[in-house]
Design a protein around this ligand. Structure first.
Ligand code: FAD
Length: 309
């Protein structure tokens, strides 16, 4: 089969790997400029060299033995490493969170900068429409965040579109700050301190280089309350919270940016994947199971297994 996959995050790429290994022809489409999805890493030039920020997912844990095998493969390839500062069972991509997505994407035909605007059923064929043309395939996987599912699936699978619409994600305001000196705090991360849901010394994660960098995330509740605020106000508020939580004045900043994730942590639809054998239409993504990297992997793998059955 020729299989088109919309979304080259971990869910789409995991399905791609299983299907390609079984001999199917796979093509992925992603609207982003490069690999990452919600496991992305931002590079920012500073007077002290390039700063790196994992501005989406911070780390992941491993429960499923099959996921442990995938993580062992990433570790052997040098794109994942343990980060015990976040917990005994905590892992990160190395040298950035996006390294895992980059490595997985390298094995497939991925069209970046290609937003799929519509999918159409033409006889037995699926037609994916994007700004530059169309692509026909025998089966389609929709592997995008819940809030982006309905416009694609609405005309073909209204029940699934409704399920996605009912599965609501939480937002996350994220501040990225590079400092001229080390922030005077003994630990490399902190959780739930006032408005902060999580903050971490990103530059202390394994394999990172460059200046002292922190990623500070507003808690889901704080982010929702301040969602429409200007970035400058969010930066001021979350850095003040960081100073308060670390108990010291922060050093001079080299660079500060903020990113508003409207759909950061997914809800949980109570399913693993969705697959309709008759029309050869499938759905995977973290939102079917819950807001974790491992869920995205598990959903992609379960969908591919169902398709092969
Ligand atoms: P995504 O990674 O979102 O991939 C979907 C892809 O689809 C994207 O690349 C997008 O560009 C693409 N796309 C969307 N619409 C279209 C379209 N129409 N056409 C083409 N492409 C499209 N998880 C953890 O386990 N631990 C954490 O600490 C953690 N923290 C997080 C913090 C933040 C701020 C965020 C944002 C997420 C966090 N997560 C965390 C969740 C984790 O990142 C996700 O569960 C996981 O990355 C989801 O993978 P996915 O493949 O389902 O979706």
């Amino acid at each position: 089969m020729k299989i088109g996959i919309i979304g080259a995050g971990l869910a789409g790429l995991t399905a791609a790997r299983v299907l390609a290994d079984a001999g199917h022809s796979v093509c992925l489409f992603d609207k982003a400029r490069g690999p990452g999805g919600r496991m992305s890493t931002r590079r920012v030039e500073t007077p002290q060299g390039m700063a790196f920020f994992d501005h989406g997912a911070q780390y992941f844990t491993v429960r499923d033995p099959g996921f442990a095998d995938a993580v062992a493969r990433w570790e052997a390839a040098g794109v994942a490493a343990r980060w015990e500062a976040a917990g005994e069972n905590a892992w990160v991509g190395a040298p950035g969170m996006n390294a895992i997505i980059k490595a997985e994407a390298a094995d497939h035909d991925v069209r970046w900068n290609c937003r799929i605007e519509r999918i159409e059923r033409i006889g037995e064929t699926w037609r994916l429409g994007h700004a530059e043309g169309e692509q026909d395939c025998d089966a389609v996987i929709v592997a995008v965040p819940a809030e982006q599912v309905a416009p694609l699936l609405g005309p073909h699978a209204p029940d699934w579109a409704a399920l996605a619409e009912a599965t609501v994600s939480q937002p996350c305001w994220t501040v990225m700050a590079a400092f001229a000196e080390r922030v005077d705090f003994a630990d490399d991360c902190l959780r739930q301190a006032g408005a902060i849901g999580w903050a971490a010394r990103n530059s202390a994660k394994p394999g990172r280089s460059g200046p002292e960098c922190w990623v500070v995330q507003g808690s889901p509740q704080w982010s929702a309350t301040h969602l429409e605020e200007e970035a400058d106000a969010v930066i001021a508020a979350l850095l003040a919270e960081l100073a308060h939580a670390t108990g010291s004045a922060l050093p001079e900043t080299l660079v500060v940016q903020a990113h508003r994730w409207r759909y950061a942590l997914s809800g949980a639809a109570g399913r693993t994947m969705l697959w309709d054998e008759g029309s050869r239409l499938g759905v995977s993504g973290d939102w079917l199971i819950g807001p974790r990297i491992e869920s995205a992997w598990a959903s992609g793998r379960a969908l591919a297994a169902a398709m092969l059955r």
